[in-house]
Write a protein that binds this ligand. Structure first.
Ligand code: ZN
Length: 308
């Protein structure tokens, strides 16, 4: 029986692999650094193929027990054609037919998708979004992204590019953004913006969100003010999404979400204050259930859904 999936989560820093079983359990894990392969695309593809084979063996499984391989990548991925269109943080990945390349070497079905969509699928089937038909899964980090589950299905958009919540413009004259636009949500709540805000609030260069979290835990007033400001920024950016999509749940993941205590109440209050009445009452905020394994578990859901 084909009940297992090899999940691969390609990140700008690390590449994580895991073999996932039918209840979303990760039975084997492995990871390696992305940097040595950053400008060697073919070497990276060869390494992926090698590591996928190795993890099947480590898991004590045979190929016949593997339903397929799911690969999440940080960028624009054409799920239907199985091609990587563009990865902003890993050079050399423009229009790469990764699915067909790996299917030839692995002789297993391969599916590729955007990493935030995989995280959303994991939360939808096994995590905080279990049984919820309409939710937004927001990931906060260096980049800010989102996955949308609408009417119980992952919403992809025309080119599988829906969900770029980080690039929703909030300000006609805001700061320039990596995407080419300006005043985007990410320029206010991405790590770079939040680190900058931390340094300004503390009047000290080099401040980071983990440092601000530690200070807030000790009751530091400036740090508490900092988190209130950050939460208001996040909440303000989500008002339009709540009005537009009327979700039941907003799941928040990524590094900053560990500071739940200093964030979620203010985010909720900010949205309730500004959103339309009905939508503003209908939603709740929850922290993502999965951290490091989210992409790998999402790969399981992706492969199983594709073969349903
Ligand atoms: Zn942008």
């Amino acid at each position: 029986m084909k009940r297992y999936v090899v999940g691969v989560d390609v990140g700008g820093t690390n590449i994580k692999l895991g073999v996932v079983g039918p209840s979303g359990e990760v039975i084997v894990r492995n990871s390696f650094a992305t940097k040595p392969f950053a400008s060697h695309r073919n070497k990276l593809i060869a390494a992926l193929s090698r590591e996928i084979e190795a993890s099947i063996i480590t898991a004590g499984l045979t190929r016949r027990q593997i339903a397929g391989v799911g690969i999440g990548l940080p960028g624009l991925v054409d799920f239907e054609k199985g091609a990587v269109r563009f990865l902003p943080n890993i050079p050399g990945w423009t229009n790469v037919p990764l699915k067909s390349i790996l299917q030839k070497t692995l002789k297993l079905p391969v599916y590729v998708d955007n990493d935030v969509k995989m995280i959303t699928l994991a939360e939808s089937q096994f995590g905080a979004g279990r049984g919820v038909k309409n939710f937004v899964c927001l990931t906060l980090g260096t980049g800010v992204g989102a996955g949308l589950i609408l009417n119980g299905e992952l919403y992809r958009g025309e080119g599988n590019a829906a969900g770029e919540l980080g690039h929703m413009p909030l300000n006609e004259q805001g700061p320039r953004c990596n995407c080419g636009g300006w005043g985007c949500f990410e320029t206010y709540v991405g790590n770079r913006a939040l680190f900058g805000l931390a340094s300004r609030v503390m009047k000290k260069p080099g401040m980071t969100t983990p440092m601000m979290f530690a200070l807030a835990k000790k009751g530091n007033k400036k740090a508490l003010f900092y988190w209130k400001t950050a939460a208001e920024r996040i909440g303000n950016g989500l008002v339009g999404i709540v009005n537009l999509l009327n979700p039941r749940l907003i799941i928040i993941g990524g590094g900053v979400s560990h500071n739940e205590k200093f964030l979620f109440k203010t985010i909720t209050a900010t949205i309730r204050r500004r959103a339309m009445r009905l939508q503003g009452r209908a939603f709740k905020i929850k922290r993502a259930e999965f951290k490091d394994d989210a992409g790998i578990i999402g790969a399981y859901v992706l492969v199983m859904n594709a073969q349903r």
